[in-house]
Design a protein around this ligand. Structure first.
Ligand code: TRP
Length: 326
């Protein structure tokens, strides 16, 4: 029996290179070795975007198309939508009964979002419970490993804590204590050097046309200490170089040599980066276009995902209800 992995993504808009480097490239590798469940976390999207849901159902399908285009294989991984499986909400409810409020109020992601997010009102009962639903997602499939970004580590800690509370309280060993799998690549920054995020308008999207990519990359900041062509550059502090490291590792040594030896300029360096990124996304976009025309195929994939996910989810929920005498 292969070990079970579960991960999810909120369908909040177009996927970008940050999703590729931070999650999808990892998912593609993991689907070979593990029984992977990849979930569109639409209830989680609702928790943070409940004020504007006009694009939610469109984004669900769009994200699945992106996943398939980059190489997530429905023959290997189970691809499903969270709200298709009612057991997520049932387990979430049960777990919410035993989750101490303090654990949620002290959660660093919660505090940060309340502080940083000004455009939406996240001061709600639902948003406080975000990590409880995430714990339910993971525990429902008894996943042992959860590939996530570093920012999600507090949610995994909480998941283990909630699993421990449940197992101890009801004296059953139903839930395992899942671990995170972190990506090897360091976090990809946006075009402006801040975290890559749709809300900062600093993304390169998987769906950007080649001309757009060239334009975006040519406007990127490079090493601020390298003003003239003859100045020697510092690749280790240059955001453009970090893109080479992540997406064009075969040119890394050469680029270091140009830059530190002042043999080529930043304009040239960015032009070559753009060409390489375009080479990477064009095949993805071709696949996207093909899949976009075949919505029935996407529906079938999600239906088959629903069946497979449901099989485990129903089983676990029966065990849970028995344990709590319901
Ligand atoms: N909270 C995750 C994020 O924003 C998305 C998510 C929802 C998730 N449920 C999950 C990730 C379960 C891993 C496992 O990235």
């Amino acid at each position: 029996m292969k070990k079970i992995i579960l991960s999810g993504m909120r369908p909040t808009g177009k996927l970008h290179l940050g999703h590729l480097a931070g999650a999808l490239d990892n998912w593609i590798k993991l689907q070979e070795e593990y029984q992977c469940f990849f979930m569109v976390a639409d209830w989680h999207a609702l928790m943070s975007e409940y004020e504007n849901t006009s694009e939610l159902s469109l984004n669900i399908i769009d994200n699945v198309i992106d996943w398939l285009s980059v190489g997530i294989d429905p023959g290997k991984a189970v691809i499903f939508v969270q709200s298709d499986i009612p057991e997520h909400l049932k387990l979430y409810m049960v777990l919410s009964c035993l989750t101490p409020l303090g654990l949620l109020e002290r959660c660093p992601t919660y505090k940060e979002q309340l502080r940083e997010v000004k455009m939406r009102n996240l001061n709600t009962y639902g948003f406080l419970g975000y990590p409880v639903l995430q714990a339910a997602d993971i525990l429902l499939y008894k996943a042992e490993k959860v590939p996530v970004g570093r920012d999600q580590l507090p949610h995994l800690e909480l998941t283990r804590e909630i699993a421990r509370l449940f197992n101890n309280l009801y004296k059953k060993n139903i839930f395992p204590y899942p671990d995170a799998i972190l990506t090897q690549t360091p976090k990809l920054l946006g075009l402006d050097g801040r975290k890559m995020s749709k809300s900062y308008l600093n993304t390169i999207n998987l769906s950007d046309a080649p001309g757009v990519i060239t334009k975006k990359i040519s406007a990127m900041f490079t090493d601020p200490k390298r003003i003239k062509l003859i100045d020697k550059g510092h690749p280790d502090t240059c955001n453009v170089f970090s893109y080479y490291s992540t997406f064009v590792p075969k040119l890394k040594d050469e680029v270091c040599d140009w830059c530190m030896g002042a043999k080529a300029g930043c304009v040239e360096c960015k032009k070559i980066l753009a060409e390489n990124i375009i080479d990477k996304v064009v095949p993805i976009q071709k696949k996207r276009e093909e899949l976009g025309k075949d919505k029935d195929r996407i529906k079938k994939i999600l239906e088959s995902g629903r069946e497979k996910a449901s099989f485990l989810a129903v089983q676990t929920m029966e065990e849970v209800l028995r344990a709590i005498n319901l």
